[in-house]
Design a protein around this ligand. Structure first.
Ligand code: 5GP
Ligand code: ZN
Length: 114
């Protein structure tokens, strides 16, 4: 595997601001936030993209979405609303090739996204 910035965040080589963690998932604030609440939720296991997720990895998705629920409640945005985004591929602007959910909230989010 080539170097991966999110794997470096997981090892602590690159500093991050933790928001939530458990044995499968780590969540931290986005360094370049696009909303008042912008959290990245990643698996501890390196999975390159949503296209690499296999049926056997489905418990990982349960863990990621369960973390999202907890974070939304902790941040107090579960009632007003939030958006979960997975960018995949160049047209979606995917920049980091380690599966991640963006949790965006804290302002009215436009639809459709740009
Ligand atoms: P993507 O476009 O791949 O879906 O999103 C990658 C996200 O990772 C971007 O929102 C970007 O701001 C964030 N990001 C990239 N490098 C770092 C970093 O070193 N630390 C943190 N906290 N976020 C990062
Ligand atoms: Zn990685």
């Amino acid at each position: 595997m080539n170097s991966c910035i999110f794997c470096d965040i997981l090892t602590g080589k690159v500093k991050s601001t933790p928001v939530y963690q458990d044995d499968q998932v780590y969540a931290f604030t986005d360094v370049n936030p696009k909303a008042p609440v912008h959290v990245l939720i990643i698996p501890r296991q390196h999975v390159s993209s949503v296209m690499d997720v296999q049926a056997k990895d489905l418990p990982l998705f349960t863990a990621l979405y369960s973390a999202a629920q907890k974070i939304a409640k902790d941040k107090g945005v579960d009632q007003n609303g939030f958006r979960l985004v997975i960018n995949n591929g160049p047209d979606a602007g995917m920049a980091v090739h380690h599966l991640h959910l963006h949790l965006l909230a804290g302002r009215k989010l436009g639809w459709p996204p740009g």
